[in-house]
Design a protein around this ligand. Sequence first.
Ligand SMILES: *[C@@H]1O[C@H](CO)[C@@H](O)[C@H](O)[C@H]1NC(C)=O
Ligand SMILES: *[C@@H]1O[C@H](CO)[C@@H](O)[C@H](O)[C@H]1NC(C)=O
Ligand SMILES: *[C@@H]1O[C@H](CO)[C@@H](O)[C@H](O)[C@H]1NC(C)=O
Ligand SMILES: *[C@@H]1O[C@H](CO)[C@@H](O)[C@H](O)[C@H]1NC(C)=O
Ligand SMILES: *[C@@H]1O[C@H](CO)[C@@H](O)[C@H](O)[C@H]1NC(C)=O
Length: 446
Amino acid sequence: MSYFPICVICLLFLVDLVFPKVCSKQDVLEYLNLTRNNEKFTTCRPALDWTHPTIVYFDIYFYGILSMIEKSQIFVPILWMSVSWNNERISWDPKDFCGIKSVILPKEMLWKPDLYINEIAEREDGPLNPYLYISHDGNVKMEDDHKIVSTCTMNVHKFPFDTQKCHITVSSINYSDKEIKLIPASNSSKATQVARESILTKGEWEFLNISVLLQNESYEGQTYDRIKYTISVRRMPLMHFINFQLPILFFLILDLASFFIPDRGEKLCFKVTVLLGISVLLLILNDILPSKSHRCPLIAVYVIVIFSFMLLSLLETILVIYLINMNTEQDAKGIQKSEEHNSDTDNRKTDINNRISDSGVEAPLESLMLKEIYSKESMNDVQLLQLILEELQTIKLTLVPNTLKAKTAQIYWLGMAKCINRVFFAVYLISVSLFLVFIFREWKVE
Ligand SMILES: *[C@@H]1O[C@H](CO)[C@@H](O)[C@H](O)[C@H]1NC(C)=O
Ligand SMILES: *[C@@H]1O[C@H](CO)[C@@H](O)[C@H](O)[C@H]1NC(C)=O
Ligand SMILES: *[C@@H]1O[C@H](CO)[C@@H](O)[C@H](O)[C@H]1NC(C)=O
Ligand SMILES: *[C@@H]1O[C@H](CO)[C@@H](O)[C@H](O)[C@H]1NC(C)=O
Ligand SMILES: *[C@@H]1O[C@H](CO)[C@@H](O)[C@H](O)[C@H]1NC(C)=O
């Protein structure tokens, strides 16, 4: 008789072995009374005692930057967000359900904390993860992979050698810290390490670190917890340097080299072309930089100062050309004056004078006279000698004093122009080098 209960237990055990118990996750839901429209689970914060705050662990995994637009101050990171909390209404013993330890449910079946990102600029309508992961001890986990279009105040003072810090602040809208306690699941060093390992996009930006800060803000007598993530990224300056700063530097070198072009007209053309090249690059800059920033970006200073240097050198070239031309005009005037002086000499001399002034000062006088002489080959020697004498006297009378004066003036002005040119070149070279050293040092300073 006393063996009877033991036998029953043995029999049950045998039955259990031969026909093992079959469970489905639906059994768990039925046990919990968890149906789609059960308001008990969806409406209220799942705390049995309302004075117990729900502790919400929040974590962000940073995967990379989709884009970063300086002009509109938009920052689009790719983030994986994980939120977990405890639902006190849910618990089951896995032993009763053949070891089922977790179930996956659609999001709308349970209460979720109403977390939101303060910096968000645009709601995303991409597909979100529609499920919640629920474990037997009531732990609920919500994971989402987000492309967040957020605002970020970028400081482009040091563009393209800049480091940007963008914030992502997470808080609950409706629940104060008495109801929802937000806790960052990983600290700064962990978040940074995880992000370093999982970063996917290696575009223009180099990821530096993430810092995590738990803060609180007061609003209408309530305090709200919030977690502030600060993502620091550094721009990879190489492409901007190659596309922008280097060409400008090349233009500057070309401008410096143009001081050695002998033909002044060509030099002028060359300088104007270089200046136009720079102004095209200025247009590119306009596309990158925001129109309003706190401090003038160094790159704007760089371009504008180099542009002004080149403008100055262009103006200097014009001045030099003006000085030289003014002197030639004086020459022409001097010769005309001498013509007036010698108007009493006979017509043939004036004729020669005219030709001389026509053909400019440096025209080969000899060839002119030779032609004249050859044309009169038929004359006899005496006449020829007479003619040569006359010609020489004419030349002596008309040219020597005035040409000498003109020549000294020309030499003076040429010397002046050359001197101006040299001094300007030296000053230009020194100030450009000083400026470049200054600006690149300024760029490098942290
Ligand atoms: C489940 O809900 C039904 C009504 O919807 C109720 O009668 C039943 O007692 C509930 N069971 C549990 C375990 O809460
Ligand atoms: C939270 O507050 C916002 C408005 O501030 C409201 O639209 C929203 O429905 C509230 N959510 C909950 C769960 O109470
Ligand atoms: C950050 O968290 C890790 C474990 O997650 C821990 O080992 C480390 O000491 C923490 N660092 C700080 C500064 O708290
Ligand atoms: C992250 O990097 C920035 C820029 O280098 C630095 O200022 C900041 O102190 C760093 N933060 C942490 C937590 O290391
Ligand atoms: C808010 O945060 C400050 C420190 O940042 C802390 O001293 C204070 O106790 C917090 N207040 C509440 C209500 O948690």
